[in-house]
Design a protein around this ligand. Sequence first.
Ligand code: HEC
Length: 158
Amino acid sequence: MRLSSMATPPSRRRPVPWPWAIALACAVLPVTSPAAEPLALQGIMKDMGRNMQAIVDGLSREDYAAVEKASLAIADHPQPPLGEKLRIMSFVGGNAPRFKAFDGETHDNAMALARAAKSGNGGDSIAAFHKIQSSCLACHQTFRKPFQEHFYGKAEVR
Ligand code: HEC
């Protein structure tokens, strides 16, 4: 029989070099894993953070034109590329409406701050700033950790 003639007697089998195979897999996996690539969303978020700092600075200096400009930049923040949006939406799944609602709230609160700044009202601007900061926090409390675990793996969480 063809099959039996191909079989090697057990006594002559070479031992499987498992430790080598495992060491090799460990060395190669982190390099080939696409999970470490940061999302475009992360860059968009960094810009949102910088614009929030510009708002605080503008409020302190009563430079309402600067506050208005940074608020509008937050309201009209860029979107991630389509492929990444699809990855994000498939990950959030049934929570997509919630995710979008947090983004919508942030937009509306940023527009309200832009209006308060345009009218030059310091008190209204600070109240509006409080609201926008709370809407950033609401989304982060719900989604940031799961995103980091899903897209970067637990070990990458900073
Ligand atoms: C709809 C949800 C959502 C809203 C609203 C939101 N964020 Fe985020 N943000 C995230 C997620 C998800 C991450 C993690 C992204 C990642 O690590 O790739 C994040 C991360 C960040 C980071 C960390 C970026 C880094 O360097 O790792 C900053 C800063 C940030 N957001 C600022 C803001 C500010 C400021 C606002 C409000 C003006 C805001 N975000 C509103 C979802 C949101």
